[in-house]
Design a protein around this ligand. Structure first.
Ligand code: PEP
Ligand code: MN
Length: 282
C-alpha cells in the first residue's frame, strides 16, 4: 500500500515483537484481560488476581473512559491509574490502559506499560503523534468507521514519530447489523499479516457486545492467526459501571483460557503453520 513506508512488511518478512515485562507480543498468543473500567480498588485488585489465576498475561482497565453520554461514568482518572499500578505490583501483570488526551500522555506513561488508543480516537492525529513520541508501546484500536488503509495510516503516524512498538487491535466496525454491538471483522487478522510486520490482537468483547458470543469469537481469533486477545473480565459483571453485558466473570475467563491453551496446541500442528498465498497484496 502506498505511503505506508514504516508499517509495511519488509522483503525479509521480519515480524515486530514487543517485549513488555516477561511477555513478548508477537511470540505465541498473548491474552490481556481486565475490566472495562477501573471502578474501585477492590473491584480492580480482585479482578487482576482472577486474571492472573486464570492464566492471563496482562491486565487491562480504563481510568479514562470515552463514553457516549457525558452523564455516564467517565473513569477515575489519576486515582484509577494509581489503582492499576497497585494491581501490577500485586500480580506482576503489565498494565494496558487507555489515554484519551494528548496532554495526559507523558504522565499516564508513568503508570501504563502499554498505552491504548481507543476506537473513537484512532484518527486523533495529535494524540497519535504524542504517543509516537512516548517510550511506551501503543495498542491502536481500529476506529469503528475505518477502513484497513485508514487504520494502517494511523499506525504509520505513530511509527513516523519514532515509536516502533505498535500493536493493532481489531474491535469490530459499525455495519447494518444490530444484533451485535459491532461486526467483528476477523478477516482483518490475516489481511494485516499480509500487509504489515506489526502484531495484531482482537477484542471480541467490544466486537460483539454480547457475553454469549465472546468465547466462540475468542477461539476463532486463534484460528485466524492473531497474536493475542483483549478481553473484558469483571469480578462481578452485573454490577459493572460500563459494558456490563459483555464482560466475563472469573470462572468464564478461566474456562476460556483452558480452551485457548488446547486450541493453541492443536494449531501448532505443522498442517496449520502453512497457508495458501494469493497474488501480490495491493
Ligand atoms: C475499551 O477498551 O474499554 C474501549 C472503550 O474500547 P473501544 O475503544 O474499542 O470502544
Ligand atoms: Mn469496554
Amino acid at each position: 500500500m502506498q505511503n505506508l513506508k514504516l508499517v509495511s512488511s519488509s522483503k525479509q518478512g521480519k515480524q515486530t515483537k514487543i517485549k513488555v515485562g516477561n511477555v513478548v507480543i508477537g511470540e505465541g498468543f498473548t491474552v490481556v484481560g481486565g475490566p472495562c473500567s477501573v471502578e474501585s480498588e477492590e473491584q480492580t485488585i480482585r479482578t487482576a488476581e482472577a486474571v492472573k489465576a486464570g492464566g492471563g498475561m496482562m491486565f487491562r482497565g480504563g481510568a479514562f473512559k470515552p463514553r457516549t453520554s457525558p452523564y455516564d461514568f467517565q473513569g477515575l482518572g489519576l486515582e484509577g491509574l494509581k489503582i492499576l499500578a497497585k494491581a501490577r505490583e500485586l500480580t506482576g501483570l503489565p498494565i494496558v490502559t487507555e489515554v484519551i488526551d494528548p496532554r495526559d500522555v507523558s504522565w499516564v506513561c508513568e503508570f501504563a506499560d502499554i498505552l491504548q488508543i481507543g476506537a473513537r480516537n484512532m484518527q486523533n492525529f495529535s494524540l497519535l503523534k504524542e504517543v509516537g513520541r512516548s517510550p511506551k508501546p501503543v495498542l491502536l484500536k481500529r476506529g469503528m468507521y475505518s477502513t484497513l488503509k485508514e487504520w494502517l495510516n494511523c499506525a504509520e503516524y505513530i511509527l513516523a514519530e519514532g515509536n516502533p512498538n505498535v500493536v493493532l487491535c481489531e474491535r469490530g466496525i459499525r455495519t447494518f447489523e444490530t444484533y451485535t454491538r459491532n461486526t467483528l471483522d476477523l478477516s482483518m487478522v490475516p489481511a494485516i499479516k499480509e500487509l504489515t510486520h506489526l502484531p495484531v490482537m482482537v477484542d471480541p468483547s467490544h466486537g460483539t457486545g454480547k457475553l454469549s458470543l465472546v468465547e466462540k469469537m475468542s477461539l476463532a481469533t486463534i484460528a485466524a492467526g492473531a497474536d493475542g486477545l483483549l478481553v473484558e473480565v469483571h469480578i462481578n459483571p452485573c454490577e459493572a459501571k460500563s459494558d456490563a453485558d459483555q464482560q466475563l466473570n472469573p470462572e468464564q475467563f478461566k474456562k476460556l483460557m483452558q480452551k485457548i491453551r488446547k486450541l493453541e496446541q492443536f494449531m501448532a500442528d505443522s498442517l496449520f503453520t502453512t497457508s495458501i498465498t494469493g497474488g501480490e497484496p495491493k
